[in-house]
Ligand binder design. Structure first.
Ligand SMILES: [Zn+2]
Length: 304
């Protein structure tokens, strides 16, 4: 993580990868109707590793482990709970192998932890709150022990679950970054994704728990600048954005009308101007988009 901290300190842009789950789908890997991209770790490990390698070749500083949907509450409805430890260990192993094979400079590995669920009825997959904390802690510790350099809490939309995930991740001692997912409601307010609280209410409730960077992520490109300006008003640490393009019809992402790499880079340029120090992409955003960001905003790596 030292090179990431140095970059942030010297006001250099840090480049995250793009989507992992939707990129697997794009390459023909079937998505599980309940546990989404988790099964790909066992069924298509070479494609998971190839996605990581493609992002490393695009010049990213950080790749994200395919562990978004390997939380216990995601695996439970898919009948995959028994594979929890194995799936998380294997997911990190694929990212580590990709780094060993493709990296020519430093690349950090972020473990993804999702406090969200694809369950139609969340009460059927989230455990009671005290137990939920131990589930998040177990995943955070497992990812840390398997070799990730930082933990990225992705798609914070529920304040209660998001708080527990952040609290659990902070106990590992690794850097913890927080990804807030937003949507615009009918009256034009920027809300937490799928919830009735505003983004500002969510950030204010969670910011005191911990974490060193906060992101607007898994949010429409068109809404991300306004969401980012709200995030700036209530987050004191490092800031970043990684937006999505397209639409989820579970378990598949619809790629129709997806933003071009050039258009995405224009939007990212605006976020950078507003103060985003870390950028990347979420669902629908692939290696071509990340290559364009690298070309336009990140100076070539120096090996001196
Ligand atoms: Zn996404």
């Amino acid at each position: 993580m030292k090179f990431i901290e140095d970059k942030l300190q010297h006001k250099q842009l840090v480049l995250l990868d793009g989507a992992t789950g939707t990129e697997l789908e794009k390459r023909g890997v079937p998505m599980n109707s309940k546990a989404w991209s988790a099964e790909a770790i066992l069924s298509h490990p070479h494609i998971v590793q190839a996605v990581h390698e493609d992002y490393i070749n695009a010049g990213v500083d950080i790749i994200t482990v395919n562990s978004f949907s390997t939380a216990r509450h995601m695996l439970l409805p898919a009948g995959l709970m028994g594979q929890f430890r194995h799936l998380n260990r294997e997911a990190v192993k694929l990212a580590v192998q990709a780094r060993e094979k493709a990296a020519t400079g430093p690349v950090a590995i972020a473990g993804s932890i999702a406090p969200t669920t694809f369950c139609g009825d969340p009460t059927k997959c989230y455990p009671p709150l005290d137990e939920a904390l131990s589930w998040y802690a177990e995943q955070a510790e497992l990812l840390a022990a398997s070799g990730v350099d930082l933990l990225l809490i992705e798609m914070i939309e529920d304040i209660e679950q998001g708080s527990l995930a952040v609290q659990a991740a902070c106990t590992t001692g690794l850097p913890v970054w927080l990804g807030f997912s937003c949507r615009r409601n009918d009256t034009g307010d920027i809300m937490l994704w799928g919830r009735e609280q505003t983004l500002t209410e969510g950030v204010e409730a969670i910011a005191g728990i911990g974490g060193s960077a906060a992101f607007i992520m898994h949010t429409e490109v068109a809404d991300s600048a306004e969401a980012f300006s709200l995030l700036k008003t209530c987050w004191q640490g490092t800031l970043g954005v990684y937006a999505h393009s397209g639409r989820f019809v579970m378990p598949n992402w619809e790629f129709n009308g997806i933003i071009s790499p050039e258009e995405y880079a224009v939007a990212a340029g605006r976020w950078i101007k507003m103060g985003a120090q870390i950028i990347g992409g979420c669902c629908g955003i692939g290696p071509a988009h990340i290559r364009e960001l690298k070309k336009q905003y990140c100076p070539a790596r120096s090996f001196s």
